[in-house]
Design a protein around this ligand. Structure first.
Ligand SMILES: CC1=C(CCC(=O)O)c2cc3nc(cc4[nH]c(cc5[nH]c(cc1n2)c(C)c5CCC(=O)O)c(CCC(=O)O)c4C)C(CCC(=O)O)=C3C
Ligand SMILES: [Fe+2]
Length: 391
């Protein structure tokens, strides 16, 4: 391993790992219990944060979006002649990661490559997935028998960024046209890149470790990665266009600081400063799941209506051909067959590492076994162990 770039290997399957979401009203509270596991939050409190799921029939769109992504990945792999099945497992809902690992093992797989649906560095978006696998391997007794590696965080891979460049440009055209049609041609427009807020403490721990106390100008790899991405996008869309990074979907206790400004506050501020229209770019997400449909397409859109701002939301990468092809390129960075040597990255921060340093993105809730970390042995299989423990 050089510069935390892992040698290409032979894998038996891809594990598409995601958040999961409820698929009916009866799933909502059990799902929220899973999300907040170990924090003793009473069901009455969970009911309060369930309104967006309740309003949508108790259904999150995230699972069907992941099924579509899985199918698109399978098609792209097949088109390139790559013989790797795609398994799908979630952190918070069925199909659960531990069960999927067990099924993979029972089906004869011995080495998996995990690809997550979250792209930046932070506890929730990177380390927690590494822990999910570490815990699942330990609890199922599969550790040492089933190897699991992880694809690098891919926030600045062209497959993720290019659909946003197209989408932001098209959205800007629509907002400018709508303003012109309303007799406000040339009125000021603002591009807002929106991502999930996280506790400030998590933001400061993102991408940082004892071995590499990376210090970013923004004091956070999470923030720095979003800013670098937004800059790369706007340099190509319109270098003169004003933009900013804003946050959404804050939860947790009010006295705990999270990243700000909240998108709705930012909209009010821009409106007061004379902005007439906004393009909202969901830069933190790969698909139009509940955080996008509710917090942006419902709440932020409503804020815009109240403030008299023209609103347009750029699409997420979803199953855009460039995104799907980019994910397969990221897989090929790690495979011997169809190997891709050169690592694509559109910002100066990337390409990000295959393995994290010890303590990277730690969230202060105690040590847990985590895969894909320098010095960690969970998820690794000693040479020969796979054959010895065979079918
Ligand atoms: C960085 C980040 C991403 C982006 C990366 C990624 O994509 O993974 C993300 C995605 C998502 N977050 C989601 C849903 C939720 N997040 C919650 C709570 C939290 N998120 C956090 C962070 C993130 N979250 C944090 C620090 C918390 C509080 C602590 C905790 O509880 O861990 C809660 C609890 C209830 C509440 O407090 O609101 C829910 C229901 C869904 C599913 C949407 C759907 O169903 O379509 C998705 C994709
Ligand atoms: Fe979340």
């Amino acid at each position: 391993m050089k510069n935390r770039v892992v040698e290409p290997a032979q894998y038996d399957a891809i594990l598409l790992a995601s958040f999961g979401g409820p698929e009916g009203q009866e799933d909502v509270i059990p799902f929220l219990r899973n999300v907040t596991r170990g924090r003793g939050i009473p069901d009455e409190r969970l009911e309060e944060v369930s309104h967006h799921y309740r309003a949508n029939g108790g259904i999150s769109p995230i699972n069907s979006q992941n099924r579509a992504l899985k199918a698109a990945l399978e098609a792209e792999l097949a088109a390139r002649g790559i013989d790797l099945p795609v398994l799908w497992g979630n952190r918070n809902w069925d199909p659960y990661i531990p069960a999927v690992l067990q099924e993979a093992y029972d089906a004869g797989h011995r080495r998996l490559l995990m690809l997550t649906t979250s792209v930046y560095s932070s506890y929730s978006s990177c380390r927690q997935y590494r822990e999910d696998i570490g815990i699942a391997l330990t609890e199922t007794g599969l550790d040492g028998k089933l190897a699991v590696d992880k694809v690098r965080q891919y926030f600045d891979h062209p497959g993720f960024v290019e659909p946003f460049i197209e989408g932001t440009a098209a959205s800007l055209v629509r907002v400018r046209a709508e303003l012109a049609a309303a007799g406000k041609a040339g009125a000021p427009v603002h591009v807002m890149f929106a991502t999930h807020s996280i506790p400030t403490r998590d933001a400061q721990a993102a991408g940082r470790s004892e071995l590499q106390p990376l210090v970013f100008e923004q004091d956070s790899a999470y923030v720095a990665q979003h800013l670098a991405n937004a800059e790369a996008i706007m340099a190509r869309v319109d270098p003169d266009q004003e933009w900013s990074l804003v946050y959404q979907s804050r939860s947790g206790a009010p006295h705990v600081p999270w990243l700000e400004p909240d998108i709705n506050d930012a909209l009010a501020e821009r409106a007061a400063a004379g902005v007439a229209g906004v393009v909202v770019v969901p830069l933190g997400f790969i698909s139009d799941h509940m955080e996008v449909l509710w917090d942006l397409d419902t709440e932020a859109k409503e804020s815009c209506a109240e403030l008299g701002l023209v609103f347009d939301r750029a699409p997420t990468p979803s199953t855009h051909q460039k995104f799907v092809a980019g994910l397969v390129d990221l897989i090929c960075e790690r495979t011997i067959e169809n190997h891709i040597e050169e690592r694509a990255a559109m910002t100066a921060l990337g390409p990000w590492f295959d393995v994290c340093n010890p303590g990277c993105c730690a969230n202060f809730r105690g040590e847990k076994p985590a895969i894909s970390e320098v010095g960690s042995t969970v998820g690794l299989v000693a040479p020969g162990a796979a054959a010895a423990g065979g079918l």
